[in-house]
Design a protein around this ligand. Structure first.
Ligand SMILES: [Zn+2]
Length: 318
């Protein structure tokens, strides 16, 4: 299979996973195939979560999750999370991964809203030490549609996720935080731009879930302007993992390359890699339109903006 050919020299993926499903050599083979300089592994807290970074300390950034203590969670006492955050950083993690904004995850883990007092000591410490955070907040709009067995229609609405997010950002306007999957705000670009303007260290990544690509393709000129305006705040990312086939992993990277670098019209390479026909996004659109971004903007989105967020190179392990 041919390696993905980028227009720029440096490509850093802000959002990959190593799920301990396949050997490290296979994961490395994927990253070679998609032509990356570096990648950021979003992972857990356990000692083996740093294994890939230990093997290749200059190739991998690693963001870890902070576990919840069930008794303290039930009591709403989150002071311990500030201490665990310090420990995470001291162990050589480059930042924090959070799932606490994903409605299905919250329901399962019984975590409170992110603007609840339980999270307050964590947010205060994170803002204080300026640690980078990548957070999964909300989910695609069509998750709330009543069709399907896993519908969110009985959960709080998507807008409640945005209310919590804004409440935290208002309290900590300088939080260094990236919201994964474009914060599912593809349908509301003006609002996302307003948040970027108000919260100067807030970013989004492009990890697939590809919902946002369909919305941006509704008005490619507007989307292109948005990328140019916010080139420092949009991070290339794919959600590639060791559990992907080579074909699927390559499709994820190549699809975003087409979207960013070219003015081509195309359908989902990911669906094709799954052996499916192209399924429409929740706006009913099937065709995607590339933005043909200028080279200096590509350099930002594909690498430099992540470095500005998480540091010019991975932190050394202790
Ligand atoms: Zn992910």
């Amino acid at each position: 299979m041919e390696q993905v050919q980028w227009k720029v020299k440096k490509v850093v993926d802000a959002h990959v996973h190593y799920r301990h499903r396949e050997p490290a050599a296979y994961f490395n083979q994927i990253l070679d195939l998609v032509g990356y300089t570096r990648a950021n592994i979003l992972t857990g807290w356990e000692p083996n979560c740093l294994d890939r970074k230990r093997e290749q300390p200059s190739r991998f950034y690693t963001f870890g999750m902070i576990p919840h203590d069930p008794a303290k969670l039930a009591a709403g006492d989150g002071a311990y999370r500030a201490t665990l955050l310090e420990q995470l950083v001291a162990r050589g993690y480059d930042g924090v991964k959070m799932m606490e904004g994903k409605p299905a995850w919250n329901q399962q883990q019984k975590t409170p809203p992110i603007d609840h007092d339980y999270f307050r000591p964590f947010w205060e410490k994170a803002a204080d030490i300026d640690v980078p955070i990548t957070m999964h907040m909300a989910d695609p709009l069509d998750f709330w549609w009543p069709s399907g067995p896993d519908s969110y229609c009985k959960l709080e609405p998507q807008e409640e996720c945005f209310r919590q997010t804004e409440a935290v950002l208002k309290r900590h306007p300088h939080l260094r935080i990236t919201f994964a999957h474009f914060l599912f705000m593809g349908p509301q670009l003006d609002r996302l731009g307003d948040w970027f303007a108000r919260f100067p260290k807030m970013r989004v990544d492009m990890a697939i879930g590809d919902e946002f690509l369909y919305y941006l393709s509704d008005d490619p000129d507007k989307a292109r302007d948005f990328y140019i305006t916010w080139q420092d705040r949009i991070l290339y990312g794919t959600d590639i993992s060791d559990h992907n086939s080579l074909h699927l992993a390559r499709a994820k990277a190549e699809m975003l390359r087409l979207f960013l670098e070219t003015d081509e019209t195309f359908t989902s390479l990911r669906d094709k890699a799954y052996g499916k026909g192209p399924a429409p996004g929740s706006n009913g659109r099937t065709e995607l339109h590339g933005l043909a971004l200028p080279l200096d903007v590509l350099e930002k989105v594909l690498g430099r903006s992540f470095e500005a967020f998480a540091g010019p190179a991975p932190k050394p392990l202790r």
